[in-house]
Ligand binder design. Structure first.
Ligand code: DX5
Ligand code: ZN
Length: 237
């Protein structure tokens, strides 16, 4: 089956200690993370405010030292206005929310023209059918498994069925090269289930950056939860 067997963990810096952001990201990179996930919020599309291109620019050299990608998750209205800024700041890939893009095809073409990977994020209540026409143009789909806006929320269980249906949709359309990323409430309790359902990139914030354990220990626990879970491919699906 032509899907990437390897599961990637993407570290969402939203839950990191911002007073020492570079160090925290370095800890994650030293522990093997190769996707750094930058959450951008505008106080309109989501009720929270977070960071801008300068954060991506500051993290670019740190990521480069480890050959890591920087992914920017835009939770903002009119994302087209900022695509070039984020790619110039060093984003390898950008995802926009389908709910914010009336001209999604144009937005995706713009991301590609800027030389970055393209993703579309879906809120929990947004149906997969909104992806029908755009799917072949994408590098990944970001399935929100919580309502976007805050770290540390609880995983929405019905997301598993959505991930499973997206995996089937990709397989039926011979688009398994399109990655399925999941974002929100991912930790040792949920990592196995989303992997089994067909996710290949697991975005985690509060499960990686917290006061309970070191970043390395948290990542170890996350990986062991993924490894303990029997993979979808091994079940022959
Ligand atoms: C939520 C963000 C997530 C967030 C996930 O709107 O898109 O990337 O950091 O946080 P956790 O992993 O704590 O649910
Ligand atoms: Zn995110």
């Amino acid at each position: 089956m032509p899907r990437a067997a390897k599961i990637q963990i993407a570290a969402s810096i939203l839950s990191a200690d911002f007073s020492r952001l570079g160090e925290q990201v370095k800890e994650a990179l030293e522990a093997g993370v190769r996707w750094v996930h930058v959450d951008v919020m505008d106080g309109h599309f989501v009720p929270n405010l977070s960071m801008g291109p300068q954060v991506a620019r500051s993290l670019r050299p740190v990521a480069d030292r480890f050959g890591s990608r920087l992914h920017v998750h835009l939770m903002i209205e009119e994302p087209d206005r900022y695509l070039a800024d984020f790619v110039r700041a060093g984003a390898n890939s950008v995802s926009v929310h389908v709910e914010t893009c009336p001209h999604l095809h144009r937005t995706i073409q713009e991301i590609r023209a800027l030389g970055a990977g393209s993703g579309v994020a879906l809120n929990p209540a947004t149906p997969l059918s909104t992806l029908d026409e755009i799917l072949p143009e994408l590098d990944f789909v970001l399935v929100m498994t919580v309502e976007p806006g805050f770290g540390g929320q609880e995983f929405i269980p019905s997301s598993l069925n959505k991930i499973d249906r997206l995996r089937r949709m990709l397989t039926e359309r011979r688009l398994d090269r399109v990655l399925i990323a999941v974002d929100g409430g991912i930790g040792a309790q949920t990592a196995g289930a989303v992997t089994r359902a067909g996710a290949t990139v697991l975005v985690a914030g509060s499960a990686i950056f917290n006061d309970r354990a070191t970043v390395a220990e948290n990542l170890r626990q996350l990986r062991s939860a993924i490894e303990r879970s029997p993979g979808r491919t091994r079940k022959g699906k």
